[in-house]
Design a protein around this ligand. Sequence first.
Ligand SMILES: Nc1ncnc2c1ncn2[C@@H]1O[C@H](COP(=O)(O)OP(=O)(O)OP(=O)(O)O)[C@@H](O)[C@H]1O
Ligand SMILES: [Mg+2]
Length: 315
Amino acid sequence: MSVPDIPLEDRRFLFITGKGGVGKTSFAAALAYAMAQRGKRVLVAMCGAHERLSGMVGAPPIDHEISKIGDGIWATRIDPTRAMEEYGELVIKVKTLARAVFDNKYTTTFFRAVPGLHDWAMLGKAWYHTTETLDDGRPRFDLVIFDAPSTGHGLDMLRVPKVILDIVPPGVLRRDAEAAWALFKDPVRSGVVVVSLPEELPTTESVELVTALRDELELPVVKLVVNAVQHPLFSAEEHAAFAARPALLEVLQDDAVDAGERALSVAARRAAREQLQAACIARLEAAVGLPATRLPFLLEGAGTPEGTATLAAAL
Ligand SMILES: Nc1ncnc2c1ncn2[C@@H]1O[C@H](COP(=O)(O)OP(=O)(O)OP(=O)(O)O)[C@@H](O)[C@H]1O
Ligand SMILES: [Mg+2]
């Protein structure tokens, strides 16, 4: 599938996924920050019981209610049970009736029977925020960034709208799933962003993830992000010189070894790490057919407002 070359800030919905711990939330925070600086109104919607975003932007803890966490940035941590209730209210229109229906054990059983309905409540809620408008008719948010679960669960979540289209009879649930799916498949207005690390396993997993997203779900993968990239220190000649002395990688770091040799060995290890990193990024880009956006490795970590600002500057 060819994806039009449209900047991320001109899209309405981005689904951020990737292996656990690769930096999805750090990237989502940095992207929101960068987009807000370009004048966009951005909502970051997250799932999961724990959130690290508030620390990354220096805001109070984020819960289910949408809160403003910076200039042009809002956030919500979507709670699946509350999302289901709200969805029931939307479908049924009357709050008390919705409560009664959702308390009813038969409806609860029915909802359990629809596979992944909790996932859909979260994804559907994130999608719903793309449809909201302000009094003057402008969208409430220019861009919704969905900080999705990692690889396996992220894929399962994206499978749900299709399941609903396959098994649920016409009605509100189906109508919304159709509208959401149409947005997710639209390579102009939406897209999936895959975040990875410049290491062997995350690279392999990212290639598999992109394949599943494209071949099985037929969704547009609009960006690859390789996070925590070490700034290259050595020239091609220096790499060649290190490669000619592989024994340097075996030098022990103890007092018995000459200090100069120890320092050279540390440099050789760093050079080897840079080579591995470059090879992983090249493998990912070749397999996926997209250039990777590189985010720098931050010695002090990415969990602070300063870290977020540094990553945002790299976008
Ligand atoms: N560029 C970076 N440099 C250094 N540390 C980083 C960088 N990006 C992320 N980290 C650190 O890696 C850890 C994981 O980052 P983050 O929470 O963004 O990952 P995640 O993919 O959202 O994880 P999860 O799958 O648990 O949601 C955090 O401690 C974060 O500070
Ligand atoms: Mg996260």
